[in-house]
Design a protein around this ligand. Sequence first.
Ligand code: C5P
Length: 398
Amino acid sequence: MRGKTVLLIIGGGIAAYKALELVRRLAERGVRTRAILTKAGAEFVTPLSVSALTGEKIYSDLFSLTDEAEMGHIQLSRSADLVVVAPATADLMAKMANGLANDLASTSLLATDKPVLMAPAMNVRMWESASVKRNREILEKDGVLFAGPNDGEMACGEFGPGRMAEPLEIVAAIERALAIEGPLAGFKALVTAGPTREPVDPVRFLANHSSGKQGYAIADALARAGAETTLISGPVDLTAPQGVKLQRVTTAREMLAACEAALPADVLVMAAAVADWRPDFAANSKIKKSTDRVVPLIKLVENPDILATIAQSAQRPRLLIGFAAETDDVVPNAVAKRARKGADWIIANDVSGDVMGGDRNRIHLISEAGTEDWPDMTKSEVGIQLAARIAKTLKGAA
Ligand code: C5P
């Protein structure tokens, strides 16, 4: 990313404050940002705060003769490697979809010869309106890239899609748009996700509430960071992240076999909620309700512990990461689990709330060095930060 320039168009929306953090995150990565603040955007963040962070003057008015003399709007839109619109309002999307050019932002979008990435932010009803949908389709057809929006609570109190993607998620999309070789290029990663299903008979099974979202987000982030990534997933309702090799399994024993077949790898992240037990035998035909109301007894037997098995094997990856979904004594239990299973790191999370199935997570990273408490963030951000840590560790050890 170092040395690249982004032209950031900050539209008018409450999410504009997040554009400031985006500028900071880009600066940390050595990316230069030039910003255009729309008239509406300037209602939410001041030109001064933006220019303090970008270290450059702010462009805001198409008809400012001094601006045009310094750098004309055509040159401004082409001097960057990528144009990012964050927040992208319904208005900016509509202007670009229809070729309107009545201010600096829309004129630059029309004049640019560079890829455009939009991070929409608007009320859920606006996002779901027929016209915004239509404009989005047009923009996608025109090759405009999108980051988000996310589902979540909005400033207006409503809930649903329309919340702007988090700054780190936009940074990841920028990295992908610029097709930059990620820090994990040349490394092989294996991730497990979702629940396992243990059959009782052809129509019934034992399972859990794991949605697979955290594991999929980690696989996505590892792939975006350049790792050759395989995702072994239990039954979930998610689509494979771009560039990830997805293998679906059902039971714990299938998951173990799939992991063993996919090894060797440099890193294995076991985010799957593997069933600890399975019925000792699965009936071949549906167990019938008996007329005398005798309830069938299901005897359980232990499943193989995939993490512990791989920790002991000759194929053990250099970095072995387990998860600990706990409802009580989260950190002490996870510390004990790390030792018991022979993992390098344990990612502990409290699943007594709505973590399972939700979009956010608060994790504790437990390693030899101790425990780190990470703040609450989206599962996608957890994936991105974790991928960065994995890259740092693997590169340090390489
Ligand atoms: O013991 P517990 O199920 O809480 O451990 C969680 C960690 O161990 C997770 O990383 C999970 O994927 C892994 N695990 C496993 N095989 C099992 C049970 C859990 O690999 N049978």
